[in-house]
Structure formats: structure tokens, C-alpha cells
Design a protein around this ligand. Structure first.
Ligand SMILES: [Zn+2]
Length: 249
């Protein structure tokens, strides 16, 4: 298990749900990161050698790279229990204060179900990314139930906007079933585009997805929260079973 921890996961137990100020996690070069975090903000310490980072190591030349950042929208979407950041610029300043150097961003506006809204949110992300070159990478969020628009948007975000990441997709926010045909087609497209996808899964959803899409590069969001805690070792086991799978926390 220690090996698994060292290579694929990072742990921080003060986890909050997606709707909190922001979440945390990881990703970057395969098997090259680890994490840990500071209270309230989950984040990942990207070690140059892919080694587990302690707080003291973090203070020396390690950069915090957080791959699970839900950003406020210019249209007013703010998922925060306590509203501390109202704009993307506020949010970026907050990250700076929290010691997060870089990250992967998505826009809370994209979690509205309609294509015009998820597309508009992704454009906000592109704008944030371009205004902060070298600091943030964009993530594309779509609603797979609008399949045609979702596939087109994935392709556009990858080819025209330079996004490499999809999600986090949360099927409890835009209600859809991971067993839906549209989701399968979307996953196949993501795999074909060689994009990384972050998924919020609970209970048996993770089992289903891991068996159904072994070729996809998937970040399973959250080490465990709420009732997922009881499945924590099973979640680790699934991730350990496939080099394409990761957990964030
Ligand atoms: Zn989230």
C-alpha cells in the first residue's frame, strides 16, 4: 500500500466537497505527483522526482499544483459555503495566499446543464488561462446528455484552446447516469483525443467506470468524502489496478 501511496495518490483528510471554496487534487506527468495539503484547501505538491512531499520539503523548491479548481464565474456562480472569492482574480489571489502556485481550472458556470452555458464557462476558463499564462491550465466541462454539442466542445477545447483536461464532471450536479450511452460515447471521444478526465464517482460508479473504460486516463475525484470514506481502500485498489487511473484529494 505504501508503494501505491508513493506513486499515485496523495492524501489529505480534511476534505471538503466540490461545492466548497475549491477542491484540490493532482495530475501532471504520469506517476509524477503527489500531494498533500493545507487546511481547507486540498492541493498537490508536484515533486520533480515524483516523491512524496512533506510540508518542510514543500517550503523548499516544491510547487503546489492543484488540479481541482472550480473557479467563480463572471456571471455570478460561486460555489462557496463562505463567499470569499467573487471573481476569478479574487480566486487567483486566494490561491496565491494559500500557497498554490499553479493549477487546472474549470468554471462553475459550466455546470449549468445547457450547451450555451457550459460552452460560455469554458470560454471564461480560456480567458482566465490566457490572462495568467504559465499559471493555469484549462479544463473543459460538458454535459454528455447534449452529446453532439459535448463532442464538438471537447474537440474545440483541445484543438483550439489547448485544454488537455476534462472535468471534473459531476453527475450529481448535471444529473446523468454514468451508464448512459451518451456518456460512453463521450468517454470514447475523450480517450481518442488523449485527454485526461476527472470524474466524481460514488459507490459502485467507480467500479463500473473502471471496468468499462480501462483505456481512458481517469482521475477519480476525491480520496473519499462523506460515505466514500467507507470505500477508501477499495477506491485505492481500483486505482492501483490500472496505470491509467488516479485519485485526487
Ligand atoms: Zn470538484
Amino acid at each position: 500500500m505504501g508503494q501505491i501511496f508513493n506513486e499515485k495518490i496523495v492524501v489529505f483528510f480534511s476534505i471538503k466537497k466540490c461545492r466548497s471554496i475549491m477542491n484540490y487534487d493532482k495530475h501532471s506527468g504520469r506517476r509524477r505527483f503527489l500531494g498533500l495539503s493545507a487546511a481547507g484547501v486540498g492541493s498537490v505538491f508536484l515533486g520533480a522526482e515524483g516523491k512524496y512531499c512533506t510540508n518542510s520539503q514543500r517550503k523548499n523548491n516544491r510547487e503546489v499544483f492543484d488540479c481541482h479548481l472550480h473557479c467563480p464565474s463572471s456571471q455570478g456562480e460561486k460555489w462557496q459555503w463562505y463567499k470569499v472569492t467573487h471573481t476569478f482574480d479574487d480566486f487567483a489571489r486566494y490561491l496565491e495566499k494559500a500557497g498554490v502556485h499553479k493549477g487546472i481550472i474549470n468554471c462553475q458556470r459550466s455546470y449549468n446543464a445547457l450547451p450555451e452555458e457550459f460552452i460560455a464557462g469554458n470560454r471564461e476558463v480560456a480567458d482566465f488561462m490566457n490572462r495568467n499564462k504559465g499559471k493555469f491550465l484549462g479544463a473543459c466541462v460538458v454535459n454528455p446528455l447534449f452529446l453532439e454539442e459535448a463532442l464538438r466542445e471537447l474537440e474545440y477545447c483541445q484543438k483550439e484552446l489547448g485544454f488537455v483536461w476534462v472535468g471534473e464532471l459531476c453527475n450529481y450536479m448535471i444529473p446523468f447516469d454514468y451508464k448512459a450511452k451518451e456518456f460512453e460515447e463521450m468517454m470514447n471521444h475523450v480517450t481518442k483525443l488523449k485527454m485526461i478526465i476527472a470524474l466524481h464517482t460514488e459507490g459502485e460508479e467507480m467500479d463500473f467506470i473502471s471496468l468499462k473504460f480501462p483505456e481512458a486516463t481517469i482521475v477519480f475525484a476525491h480520496f473519499g468524502d462523506d460515505h466514500e470514506y467507507q470505500d477508501i481502500f477499495r477506491r485505492i485498489q481500483i486505482v492501483a489496478s490500472n496505470p491509467n487511473f488516479y485519485l485526487d484529494t
